[in-house]
Design a protein around this ligand. Structure first.
Ligand SMILES: C[S@@+](CC[C@H](N)C(=O)[O-])C[C@H]1O[C@@H](n2cnc3c(N)ncnc32)[C@H](O)[C@@H]1O
Length: 249
């Protein structure tokens, strides 16, 4: 039996942990800082086969032509994989961190797809795109970092064409066992700082719970929301269809 004393101690500890988490979340910026971009890039590169390729294939199976927006693109592995297998797709991709955008542009050039992907610095909270612009909006591994997820999802819906969908995957499965092993032995000075920063900051940005996701989705005005918990957690938002034309119109 758990004693009252132990219960009280546990409650106190859990409460403190939650307060620490909120404080860290308040303090850390949404973006991955420039000094951590190189480390993230190397970790993500290791997950191309296991993560980005299968996610890209899933997306292309649903949308093999048209204009896609990727938000929080990081070093751009997902849009690059999409562009490689879907020649009729063009992609706009934004991230808050300039260093990520530079890495992504280089990756696209090396993969020979830079003519179909435009990477630029941009904030998902206020997208610089017009209403009804995109056939699909995608995002991987960024939702947990957004301080205002409802605002970001409303922006996704605003820029989507009527009836189109946003697919938001989170968390991204980029850290494999091999990567962990590599990290243990191969970190330079900046990388060690970045690694410490990442370990500390992730305490304030844990993956969203089912309850939190439900409360976010309840605040959106869209035709349909779905949460899929298959190989990866995926949130789907479907924008309202265009209003039906009446006889007089
Ligand atoms: C964990 S990384 C994921 C990157 C990439 N999508 C992937 O799956 O590898 C999250 C990225 O989202 C970016 N980000 C966070 N908040 C953002 C915002 N409000 N607008 C644009 N990018 C944002 C960060 O700078 C970071 O590069």
């Amino acid at each position: 039996m758990i004693s009252v004393h132990r219960c009280r101690r546990r409650l106190h500890r859990d409460g403190w942990d939650a307060k620490m988490r909120s404080l860290i979340q308040l303090l850390i910026p949404e973006r991955i800082p420039w000094f951590a971009a190189g480390l993230y890039d190397r970790i993500a590169q290791d997950a191309v086969e296991s993560y980005y390729k299968p996610v890209a294939e899933e997306i292309v199976a649903a949308m093999n032509r048209g204009l896609i927006l990727d938000i929080g693109t990081g070093p751009g592995y997902l849009p690059i994989e999409i562009a490689k297998i879907a020649p009729q797709v063009t992609i706009q991709a934004v991230d808050l961190t300039g260093k990520m955008i530079r890495l992504a542009r280089r990756g696209a050039r090396e993969a020979g797809v830079s003519n179909r992907i435009t990477f630029r610095v941009g904030d998902a909270n206020k997208l610089r795109f017009g209403d009804d612009s995109f056939d699909m909006v995608i995002s991987t591994g960024a939702l947990h970092a957004w301080k205002h997820p409802v605002r970001v999802m409303r922006e996704c819906l605003r820029v989507l064409k009527p009836g189109a969908e946003a697919w938001i995957y989170d968390p991204a499965h980029v850290v494999t066992k091999r990567t962990e092993e590599y990290l243990r032995h191969n970190l330079g000075r900046i990388d060690r700082i970045a690694y410490k920063w990442a370990s500390w900051s992730t305490r304030g940005t844990e993956p969203l719970t089912g309850d939190r996701i439900r409360s976010i989705l309840e605040r959106l005005d869209c035709m349909e929301t779905r949460v899929e918990k298959g190989r990866w957690l995926k949130i789907i938002l479907r924008k309202h269809d265009p209003p039906a034309r009446t006889q007089e119109q």
